[in-house]
Each structure stands twice: as C-alpha cells, then as structure tokens.
Design a protein around this ligand. Structure first.
Ligand code: ZN
Length: 109
C-alpha cells in the first residue's frame, strides 16, 4: 500500500455530493451512480473515422481524469480493444510530455 494511490482517497465519495455542484467541468464522468445515461457504445467502434493517435491530446484528454489518471473502461464506455489503444496512446503521450502523469497542481495557461 501507499505507492501513489493513497492520494486519491482525498476526494472521498461522501464529499462528492457538494463537490459535484461546485465544479462546472468539461466532461460527464463525475457521476458514478447508475443515473447516468451514457450510451454503452464504444466511440471508436461507432465512428470508424475516429483514430486514436498519441499526438491527439484533445481526444486523449477526454479519457483521463482531472487527476491525470486514465478513465476506466466501464466509465468511458470503450470496448476492450480500443481502451487498450487509448491506454497505449496516453502512456506514449505521457512520455512525450503531451499528457500529464499526474495533476498535483493546476496547469499553467
Ligand atoms: Zn471499440
């Protein structure tokens, strides 16, 4: 225990209620309950023109949480094949410093 994941406990599920109102974020990943009606279709399977590229930061950033973690497949809705591609691309982008490994402070600009 305690290899980096412990920090994630700082936002506990109990505080999620009042926290959800405060931020007007970009995505819709914040809800963990079943009330979310996200289509269970993989975005990349649905749209064949959509390609996963490690240089495409805008696309990949929709698959990382605000802490910089890769969003789980059951939340992102990706299929196994494409989630693997996304994960690979994010990791590649991290090495090239396109995508943060972690977000301990607010990014500049
Ligand atoms: Zn897919």
């Amino acid at each position: 225990m305690g290899y980096g994941f412990g920090e994630g406990r700082s936002f506990s599920r109990d505080k999620d209620k009042d926290k959800g109102k405060g931020r007007n974020g970009k995505g819709g990943f914040k809800k963990k309950g079943r009330m979310i009606s996200r289509p269970r279709v993989c975005r990349f399977c649905a749209d064949r023109k959509l390609t996963i590229d490690y240089k495409d930061v805008r696309l990949l950033s929709s698959f990382i949480s605000e802490r910089g973690k890769i969003v789980a497949r059951r939340i992102s809705g990706n299929c196994a094949v494409h989630q693997r591609c996304v994960t690979e691309a994010i990791k590649r982008g991290r090495i090239l410093a396109l995508i943060p490994f972690t977000a301990t402070q607010t990014p500049m600009a």
